[in-house]
Write a new protein. Structure first.
Length: 117
């Protein structure tokens, strides 16, 4: 099983980034996909989630209206479009796959997002 994130980097405040996550070795379309983030000295927090069929999404209050989660089950991929980035968005972003029926979940290794001028 592999969950691999990409797309992180350094961006100026107000800028945009698009994170991508691909899954392999499990039935991707049956898993709820989520993005979490963890800033230095803070707990990991849920940023956005999308159900297996993609019809329902939810976001942390701090990113509503700025971030958009989407998925392409044909490509075993989930994305996080991040706009109007703020310094407080700086964190390692992790992709999580979770099967709601079995409770089985997988994590990626994380990708660093740094928002700084």
């Amino acid at each position: 099983v592999q969950v691999v994130e990409s797309g992180g980097g350094l961006v100026q405040p107000g800028g945009s980034l698009r994170l991508a996550c691909t899954g392999d070795g499990f039935t991707f379309r049956r898993y709820r996909m989520s993005w979490y983030r963890q800033a230095p000295g803070k707990e990991r927090e849920l940023v956005a989630t999308i159900v297996s069929a993609g019809g329902y999404t939810d976001y942390a209050d701090s990113v509503k209206g700025r971030f958009t989660i989407s998925r392409d089950n044909a490509k075993n991929a989930v994305y996080l479009q991040m706009n109007s980035l703020k310094p407080e968005d700086t964190a390692v972003y992790y992709c999580n796959a979770r099967n709601s029926d079995s409770g089985i979940g997988y994590w990626g290794q994380g990708t660093q997002v740094t928002v700084s001028s």
